[in-house]
Ligand binder design. Sequence first.
Ligand SMILES: Cc1cc2nc3c(=O)[nH]c(=O)nc-3n(C[C@H](O)[C@H](O)[C@H](O)COP(=O)(O)OP(=O)(O)OC[C@H]3O[C@@H](n4cnc5c(N)ncnc54)[C@H](O)[C@@H]3O)c2cc1C
Length: 367
Amino acid sequence: MSQSIDCLVIGAGVVGLAIAKNLAESGKEVFVIESEDTIGTQTSSRNSEVIHAGIYYPKNSLKAKLCVEGKKLLYQYCQDRNVPHSRIGKIIVATDLAESAILKDFLKRGLSNGVTDLRFLEETEIREMEPALKFESAIFSPSTGIIDSHNLMLSFQGDAENKGAIFAFRSPFLSGEVTRNGLLINIGGDDPVSILCTTVINCAGLKSPNVAMNIKGCPNELIPRPYYGKAHYYTLSSKNPFKHLIYPVNTSSTSLGVHVTLDLAGQARFGPDITWIPNLDYDFDNSRESMFYEAIRKYFPQLKNGDLQPGYTGIRPKISGPDSPAADFCIQSADDHGVRGLINLYGIESPGLTASLAIAEHVTKLC
Ligand SMILES: Cc1cc2nc3c(=O)[nH]c(=O)nc-3n(C[C@H](O)[C@H](O)[C@H](O)COP(=O)(O)OP(=O)(O)OC[C@H]3O[C@@H](n4cnc5c(N)ncnc54)[C@H](O)[C@@H]3O)c2cc1C
């Protein structure tokens, strides 16, 4: 391997992979380093696997823009490349009058973000679509879907490799410094190496702020403080009665509430909740169980004791804490921090999977 390179991508989650693919396809020399021994073992394989429509995010935010654009790009990509997915649609269900009023706001917010296909469902439609659902009213998002995220990541990796990108696993970023000739990056692992890079894209997910802190010359005051929002998912052990994704009305900006997601095999899972944690750990805390039963029974009263089984956890890479509204995606380039060739991605929580191809286009334009 040469000791200098065009583009170094740090992190092989869905976002780093999409960026590596786009950069390699645009003719750049691309090298991807990943500290784990394979792609997508962190947040990218610990989420709801939902292709979001783009309803909830504040107007003109990067989340709204990149989600709506990313959704279109992702459906097209899945179709072209045979990535398993299904546009099954999502029902957002209000269980009382106060929640029904909030549904009207969701409809307006969705419209202002360019989600033009949302509509209120008639009572008879809801009963036909989801007989097990308890509701006061509901809206339907036909463009929401589900995806096999691992298959997607493998496809991105394959595309990047076909255009010459090189992947190095068990190769953690250790430190870096801004030099007159580019960014000098020190990489650990079995064969530690230092590489001079014209462009470095930091998509280390939960660790992005730590990576940036360890690049000498990157202004510390612009690096956001990381917060970790842990999520639990339970699986349904009894027969799944749902055909669509079911989301409750949720007014918190930190999480979308305990919803029903379906995988492509039709298995239902419920989640995620949110617990703020000081350090990264994926342990499953089963004391959340009673809260899950209570939240789910509001819209699925037939749920019986014993129906929920511990599933898995994930951690949201947040850059705003519990007392603040959810921050937007934060993508900083030289225009923000003054370091030529350095692009830092922070806070790429939901809808980062949906937005991955749009984030990649956005970043490619910055390179
Ligand atoms: C509970 C939950 C539910 C979600 N649900 C959805 C959803 O339904 N739909 C949706 O669109 N989005 C969803 N998301 C968001 C989505 O999962 C993320 O936005 C996306 O996976 C982020 O990808 P990433 O590549 O930025 O991060 P990651 O997948 O975390 O990848 C970062 C990579 O960097 C590597 N890395 C870290 N440090 C270093 C280092 N020093 N050197 C080298 N490599 C390093 C890590 O090992 C990792 O592989 C959800 C997120 C969570 C937490």
